[in-house]
Every structure is written in C-alpha cells, then in structure tokens.
Design a binder for this molecule. Structure first.
Ligand code: CO
Length: 134
C-alpha cells in the first residue's frame, strides 16, 4: 500500500544554520527556505540521490512543531513521509483498521503541491507518518 520514502523531516530551531550544515558540512543539494504560512512552518528540502530531507522551522505563534522543539531542544526527526497512489482509498482503509488521521481527516495540500495526510504517532510505533499522493 505505501510506496517510496518521499522524505524524512527534521525539526530545527534555526533553518539557516541547519541548511548550512547540510550544504557545507555534508555537501548536499539544499533548496532555498520557503515559508508555508498555512502549515505554520518554514521548509527547506535537501535532495539526496534516493530521497529527500525536509528541514522544518517554526513559523508564527501556533506552529505545530513548537511543542516538539520544546521536548527536543536540539531538533530531531519529526516525521517520515511515504508515497501512496490513492490517498483517499488508503485513508479509508487505515481508518477502517482503527488508525487515527490527524486534523479533520481530509487531505491538505502539502509543501510539494500534492495532497497529504498525517497519521497519529501512537498508532505507528511512536512515529508521525505523513502520506503524500504521488
Ligand atoms: Co513532510
């Protein structure tokens, strides 16, 4: 049902220094920072040969990653994103199996302009899971 690993997201306090670390120290291909006001984060994408890393910095007063950074002051892995073909069919199957979909249960348009959903970490081994329609 799930397909490729689209990205691993890392929450950071300072996206400029995090970008520099990946660009200069690790030698990766790092995008410009993009504020995503509707998601309460600023994002940077790092393109690796087989997947991407998404850096997330809080944006605005009610950022959904603010509490995560309170618990993880050095930053940390925030979620993993798997690609799916039909996000509605996958959502309905997971809900029928008892999994909890975050928010109102309807897909939002994510950072790549594609439909995304988040699944409750308590249902998936303590890991927040993002599904993105490929
Ligand atoms: Co993501």
């Amino acid at each position: 049902m799930i397909g490729r690993l689209n990205h691993v997201a890392i929450a950071v306090r300072d996206i400029a220094s995090a970008s520099k670390l990946y660009r200069d120290t690790l030698g990766a291909d790092v995008s410009a920072a993009e504020p995503q006001a509707e998601h309460g984060v600023t994002t940077v994408f790092i393109t690796l040969p087989n997947t991407k890393i998404e850096l997330l910095e809080p944006l605005g007063a009610n950022s959904p990653i603010a509490k995560f950074l309170d618990r993880n002051p050095d930053g940390g892995i925030h979620h993993v994103c798997y690609e799916v073909d039909d996000i509605i069919a996958v959502r309905d199957r997971l809900k029928a199996d008892g999994a909890r979909v975050l928010g109102n249960g309807e897909p939002k348009i994510g950072a790549h302009g594609k439909r995304v959903l988040f699944l409750h970490p308590k249902d998936f081994l303590g890991t927040l899971v993002e599904l993105e329609e490929a």
